[in-house]
Design a protein around this ligand. Structure first.
Ligand code: ZN
Length: 544
């Protein structure tokens, strides 16, 4: 019976898709072109360009008949504190046998201002493997180490014994610091694993002095006591490993295959001086709704989220200073605007409401969504699912979607069913080391118990198209060339939008709200009703 109901639902949506294609990719692309125009200056959080993008989004949402659902109309104000490092007053020095050896900022290392650094830090270094503690898997990188008053050095990534989503979760800044702090550490230095670096060091270093931001509310301070957070260039890592009996090449080779790493004290200590200038910045999330029609269910919301901000103006690459962010995430923002318009043009009597959320501050560390998920503009309990769209990369014909969170909740199952019905395969994240699961806004919904997924256009493992994605990340990701002069596949964009629309309709109309899988780690963040068992609406309401 159940399967039949499904088939019917999808047969009818397929028929309507065939008779009148809802999406062509063209209106989506027109929105991308506006959002990624040089005039919007890369939409940095709190910038003039971001405000222009927000105004444009609101204009489009109004045109589509979406209702305001922020705090002030469509806006939900969010306050930030901006941190800008003054490099001429900042330094990192290694001390070995009393000898001082500077690490050159930019060439050898970067001091992060995502964490508020202490003005002066001096401490011994300890290599702590992956720097992880995962109680669920009885895994502890600190068990045989003394970290008291020391700075932990770790290789990014995780051992194969930790499942991808769980490994990603424990690699968030907040979770990492929780366990490091408990082990007595006063700071952390990461060594990027070259096998999973999305962008080369040279580009990471290029914009290191670009201001970072944090939410300007004490409730969100998750790194208290962290006096230093820095990243060392893999090419310079042997400067701190020398004398330990281990080389970076050895550690990187183990990390590449997610093998166990050794733990050992280093023979050096580190002195850091950091000068940071603080400024207050204001921005906002944009929130709109497409109201549902079922009296019992219209106060429940299926969230479609995307970040509207990007990284703004930075150091020039090939003479171009504007980091337009056409795919990151003009593409997802444009999809939301296009989706709203599609429901006006092709109305669908939805049972639940759809909440369209264009967040700010994603590039600063998922900050707008962190604020929204903690202070939603509709009751927190009414958020039944989040479908997040961030840089879905329609740059090859659409055959495969990677679904982040595929196996964590039955929202993943629904995504699989919808995609397969429309002729697209789905796969779980084939590269868990890249931590995509924690690198976009769905993660904040997950932390508040809302079943969430993000879908990305992908290539079949081993196919030649894999290189297209790899090259895209190396060359265009967070670079000025992620602009409107790049090739995109409008047919793929249109088909992707069709999948998102069908999924939204399915979740809005199903009797049952999405549930976490009983064995999902993330289920612990869900409310008691999710943990206790299924809540259902009377079957007589039927499937619309
Ligand atoms: Zn980005």
């Amino acid at each position: 019976m159940k399967i039949q109901a499904f088939t019917l639902l999808f047969a009818s949506s397929l028929v309507s898709a065939q008779t009148a294609p809802i999406f062509t990719g063209q209106s989506w692309w027109n929105h991308v072109k506006f959002l990624a125009d040089d005039k919007l200056e890369g939409r940095d959080t709190g910038s003039h360009g971001e405000r222009e993008a927000q105004k444009y989004a609101i204009k489009q949402l109004k045109k589509a008949g979406a209702e305001p659902a922020g705090e002030h109309g469509f806006y939900q104000p969010v306050k930030f504190i901006q941190r800008q490092i003054v490099e001429r007053d900042s330094s990192l020095v290694i001390i070995r046998d009393g000898k001082r050896e500077p690490l050159v900022l930019g060439d050898d290392a970067i001091i992060s201002t995502r964490v508020m650094p202490a003005q002066e830090v001096s401490a011994p270094l300890v290599f702590a493997g992956y720097g992880l503690k995962v109680p669920e898997k009885n895994y502890d990188d600190f068990a045989d180490l003394d970290l008291h008053g020391k700075i932990a050095v770790y290789l990014t990534g995780s051992p194969a014994e930790i499942p991808g989503a769980l490994a990603s979760h424990y690699q968030t800044a907040a979770e990492r610091w929780k366990v490091l702090r408990a082990a007595g550490a006063i700071g952390a230095i990461s060594l990027p694993n070259p096998a999973s670096m999305d962008i080369p060091w040279s580009r990471m270093a290029l914009n290191r002095a670009h201001p970072s931001m944090d939410l300007d509310y004490s409730e969100f301070n998750e790194t208290e006591g962290e006096q230093l957070s820095a990243t060392v260039n893999p090419a310079s890592a042997d400067k701190i490993l020398a004398g330990s009996g281990h080389s970076f090449a050895e550690l990187a080779a183990l990390g590449k295959d997610r093998e166990p790493l050794p733990h050992f004290p280093l023979t050096v200590s580190l002195e850091a001086q950091t000068h940071v200038v603080l400024t207050k910045v204001a921005s906002a999330n944009i929130v709109a709704k497409l109201p549902g029609s079922d009296p019992a269910l219209k106060d429940e919301y299926v969230v479609l989220s995307a970040h509207l901000d990007h990284i703004g103006i930075g150091e020039p690459i090939n003479g171009d200073r504007i980091y337009n962010g056409a795919m990151d995430n003009g593409s997802g923002s444009a999809l939301i605007l296009d989706m709203a318009a599609s429901f006006k043009k092709h109305p669908e009597k939805l049972r639940r409401s759809i909440l369209l959320v264009l967040v700010t501050g994603e590039e600063k560390g998922l900050l707008g969504s962190k604020y929204f998920a903690a202070h939603p503009t509709v009751p927190a309990k009414s958020l039944v699912a989040d479908v997040n769209v961030d840089m879905f990369l329609p740059i090859v014909p659409l055959k495969v979607l990677t679904v982040e969170g595929l196996d964590e909740s039955d929202l993943g199952d629904r995504a699989r069913e919808v995609a397969q019905t429309l002729g697209v395969k789905v796969q779980p994240d084939p590269e868990p080391q890249r931590n995509i699961f924690i690198r976009s806004d769905q993660y904040n919904f997950i932390r508040h118990g809302v079943p969430s997924i993000m879908m990305d256009v992908s290539a079949e493992p081993g196919s030649p198209e894999q290189k297209i994605f790899k090259d895209w990340r190396t060359q265009r990701y967070h670079a000025p060339s992620d602009d409107i002069n790049q090739p995109v596949n409008l047919e793929t964009a249109a088909r992707y939008e069709e999948i998102v629309r069908s999924l939204l309709i399915k979740v809005a109309d199903d009797d049952l709200v999405p549930r976490w899988k009983p064995d999902s780690f993330f289920r612990r963040y869900a409310g008691e009703d999710q943990k206790a068992g299924q809540t259902t609406v009377p079957a007589t309401l039927g499937i619309h």
